[in-house]
Design a protein around this ligand. Structure first.
Ligand code: C2O
Ligand code: CU
Length: 464
């Protein structure tokens, strides 16, 4: 194919009498084209559920299909909105063109019912990412609009199986239908977000993965829940974290075999599995003091290996890993206020100063960044491309927040050397998020506990 394309190009340039045209035409590699449709659908969460739950799906399932895209090459996703409300698709964690970021009002008009939008993505970094609606996320995400996206390494490390676990948290009625009446609950929005009562992995209750003793698996954990901070425990002796939020890290063993994922975070693990044939080894989730099985490995006959695997488990570095931060930064204070048991008296909202009472009663707003609730008309800051930024965080309220920046990865001062696109700030924590604002456009900063974002915890910045 390539050779033929080259010959054609050569012929064309001969026609035009210039040979230098060859280099220009030399084909830019092209990734796949996907079709992605959001639409209402039905699913049954409970065994023997009579009345199906009405959910929102991508290509007929929730989570949507796993999209596997090549690194550094443009892929297209032809999106169709089959919902009866507007929506967009956001590609969480990808450092892509601003126009493709999927934020209504900021980067595109929301796609109307029946409308289409083609997203063109050239992801520079490999790893585990995900996609989700960014319009009325507190409703559309809670009803199922998310899916996992994998950017393939050009030279991935050897594993026997690549297993994806999209962890979700649903609020179901006893019938198994979604509890949609509570979607705008002021209590949820002002406390820890919409917590569910039913955990699924890849949309299923406690699914099993067929494995063998001696197998090496790459396990990609993705927290697609609106609000639940997931503490996952894997009781296997040989487990290493190899990537966080898509970006490779120096492999390490997680303490007590527990990894914590804020809403929207991803962790890649490499596990050399061991157990006897016939055994089950659970993947557990802590809820309070106790861990509950949410998925499991099911061991069949051992695989036969000529010799033990001694291939490295370190992932190849991404361009993001090669970014080094300077010593000096433009400092931008970010004070986070509000929520239940907070002391916020009021905030600026859509051009007006309002009391907390009126904010809650009239607009369901109860959170603020620097005294402003909701998306402001003016950016938090506007800087030329390449400016090193230090967001000086003051989490001045009683709740943890999953701080997320679009289009960039940052370093949270508590985790030196680790690039995140989302990181948890504890109640009362003062810290920093450092990054280089190197992607032109308008980018959101928000809490990824989706009800906190909807309740006011969102702002934006501009890179010129
Ligand atoms: Cu997962 Cu504003 O993003
Ligand atoms: Cu929050």
């Amino acid at each position: 194919m390539q050779r033929r394309a080259f010959l054609k190009a050569g012929a064309a340039s001969l026609l035009y009498g210039t040979f230098s045209g060859c280099t220009k035409i030399s084909t830019r590699p092209q990734g796949p084209t996907f079709r992605l449709t959001a639409a209402p659908g039905e699913t049954r969460f409970l065994p023997g559920q009579t009345k199906p739950a009405r959910v929102l799906q991508y290509n007929g399932s929730t989570p949507g299909p796993i999209l596997r895209l090549p690194q550094g090459v443009e892929s297209s996703i032809a999106f169709h909105n089959g919902l009866d409300e507007a929506t967009t698709v956001h590609w969480h964690g990808l450092r892509i063109d601003n126009a493709m970021d999927g934020v209504p009002k900021l980067t595109q008009a929301a796609v109307p019912p029946g409308g289409d939008f083609t997203y063109r993505l050239t992801p520079p970094d490999a790893g585990t990412y995900w996609y989700h609606t960014h319009h009325r996320s507190w409703s559309q995400m809670a009803m199922g609009l998310s899916g996992v996206m994998i950017i393939e390494e050009n030279e991935p490390p050897y594993v026997d199986q690549d297993i994806v676990c999209a962890l979700d948290d649903w609020r179901l009625k006893p019938s198994g239908e979604l509890h949609t009446e509570s979607l705008r609950s002021i209590h949820d929005w002002s406390h820890d977000g919409r917590m569910g009562n039913f955990i699924t992995v890849n949309g299923q209750l406690n699914p099993g993965f067929e494995v063998s003793h001696g197998e090496r698996v790459r396990l990609r954990l993705v927290n697609v829940a609106n609000a639940r901070i997931m503490q996952v425990v894997i009781k296997q002796p040989d487990i290493h974290v190899v990537a966080i939020d898509g970006q490779p890290v120096t492999p390490f063993r997680p303490e007590a075999n527990i990894v914590t994922l804020a809403p929207s975070q991803r962790i890649d693990l490499i596990i050399d599995l061991s157990a006897d044939a016939g055994e089950k080894s659970p993947i557990g989730l802590y809820i309070g003091e106790h861990a509950y099985g949410i998925a499991h490995f099911r061991f069949s006959q051992p695989i036969k290996r000529e010799q033990a695997l001694d291939t490295p488990i370190q992932l190849p570095m991404n361009p993001q890993n090669r970014i080094t931060l300077p010593a000096e930064f433009k400092k931008v204070p970010l004070r986070m206020q509000g929520g239940a048991m907070g002391h916020m008296a009021g905030a600026h909202y859509q051009g007006r100063d309002m009391s907390i009472h009126d904010l809650v009663e009239q607009h369901n707003q109860m959170w603020a960044f620097n005294g402003v609730a909701g998306l402001p008309a003016k950016p938090l800051f506007s800087v030329p491309r390449g400016t090193p930024i230090s967001l000086e965080i003051n989490n001045d309220n009683n709740w943890p927040h999953a701080m997320h920046i679009h289009g960039h990865h940052f370093i949270h001062n508590r985790f030196p050397g680790i690039w995140h696109d989302t990181s948890l700030f504890a109640p009362g924590e003062k810290g920093s998020m450092k990054f280089i604002a190197d992607n032109p456009g308008k980018w959101l900063i928000h809490c990824h506990i989706v009800e906190h974002m909807a309740g006011g915890m969102v702002t934006w910045f501009e890179v010129t």
